[in-house]
Ligand binder design. Structure first.
Ligand code: ADP
Length: 257
C-alpha cells in the first residue's frame, strides 16, 4: 500500500498556528517509514491526516493513489492496521478476544470466525509473544504486555499497511527489539509500515526512510544518513547532539551532549 500526502495543512480550532503546515510525503509499498520530531511537532496529526480522520484546511491525502475520502471506513479498516498511542478499554475483555477483534473488518455482518480467522489470530499471538496471556483480562496486563496485544490485534487484521504511534514507548529492551525486528520483517514481506517514534537510534537502525517534523513542517526527509545530521537535528531539537556511526550496529547513533 502506498501513502501519499500533498501540501497538507491542518489547523485545530482556536489554535493560531497550523499543526501541519505544507507537509508532503510519499511512502512506497513495503517501506518502513519513520516519522520523527519533538513533542507537538505534528506527528500524531499527520497520522490522522493520512487516515482521513481529521478535516484538512488544504492539501490532499491518498491511499494507493485514491483520495482517502473516497475510501469507506470499512475499506480502510481491512487494509490498514492502526496502533494508536493511547487507548482505554472500558469493558472486560480477554487477550484472545481483543486480538480476535482484528478480524472484525473481514467478517460478514453477524458472521462468525472461520478457520482462517482463527489461524491469523494464532499467528499474531505467537509473533507478538503474547500466547501465554490469551486468557488474561486486558485490564490486568502491564503496559508493555498490553502494547504487544494491541500490535497483535493490528497484525491479525492481515493488513497491507500498519501505522503505529510510539509502539515501543513502554516496552523493555528485549520486547522493543523484538517488535522492531518484526516491523522490519513485515516491511520486507511487503507490508508498508509507518512508525511514529521518538527513538532516533531505533529509526536510524530499522527504517528505510525518515521524515523529521518541526513545528508542523518537514525539516528533513530521506534515508537515515540524509536526515540524521548534527546541524539539522540540533536546530530541530534545540540541543547539542553528537551523531556517529555505532560500531556495533553500523548505523548512525545520536547522543545528547
Ligand atoms: P506530536 O504527535 O508530534 O506530539 P501532535 O500532532 O499531537 O504532535 O500535535 C501538534 C500540535 O497540534 C500541538 O501544538 C498540539 O498541541 C496541537 N493539537 C493536537 N491535537 C489537538 C487538538 N485535538 N486540539 C487542539 N490542538 C491540538
Amino acid at each position: 500500500m502506498i501513502f501519499e500526502a500533498r501540501e497538507l495543512v491542518v489547523r485545530y480550532r482556536r489554535n493560531a498556528s497550523a499543526a501541519l503546515d505544507g507537509v508532503s510525503l510519499r511512502v512506497p509499498s513495503g517501506c518502513l517509514y519513520a516519522i520523527l520530531g519533538p513533542n507537538g511537532s505534528g506527528k500524531s496529526t499527520l497520522m490522522r491526516a493520512l487516515l482521513g480522520t481529521l478535516p484538512l484546511e488544504s492539501g490532499s491525502a491518498a491511499l494507493d493513489g485514491r483520495t482517502v475520502n473516497a475510501w469507506t471506513r470499512a475499506e480502510i479498516a481491512r487494509a490498514v492496521g492502526v496502533v494508536p498511542q493511547i487507548e482505554s478499554v472500558a469493558f472486560p475483555i480477554s487477550v484472545r478476544e481483543m486480538v480476535g477483534m482484528g478480524r472484525y473488518p473481514h467478517l460478514r455482518p453477524l458472521g462468525r470466525e472461520g478457520v482462517s480467522d482463527r489461524l491469523k489470530v494464532q499467528e499474531a499471538l505467537r509473533e507478538c509473544d503474547v500466547e501465554s496471556l490469551v486468557d488474561r483480562d486486558v485490564s490486568t496486563l502491564s503496559g508493555g504486555e498490553a502494547q504487544r496485544v494491541r500490535i497483535a490485534r493490528a497484525l491479525a487484521q492481515a493488513p497491507r499497511a500498519l501505522i503505529l504511534d510510539e509502539p515501543t514507548a513502554s516496552l523493555d529492551v528485549r520486547h522493543e527489539m523484538e517488535i522492531l525486528r518484526l516491523l522490519r520483517r513485515w516491511a520486507d514481506s511487503g507490508i508498508t509500515v509507518v512508525l511514529i517514534t521518538h527513538r532516533l537510534n531505533a529509526a536510524s537502525r530499522f527504517a528505510d526512510r525518515l521524515l523529521l517534523l518541526s513545528r508542523g513542517r518537514v525539516a528533513a526527509e530521506g534515508t537515515p544518513n540524509e536526515v540524521l545530521r548534527e546541524d539539522i537535528l540540533e536546530s530541530v531539537y534545540e540541543w547539542e547532539l553528537d551523531v556517529r556511526t555505532d560500531p556495533v550496529t553500523g548505523s548512525l547513533a545520536v547522543t545528547a551532549r
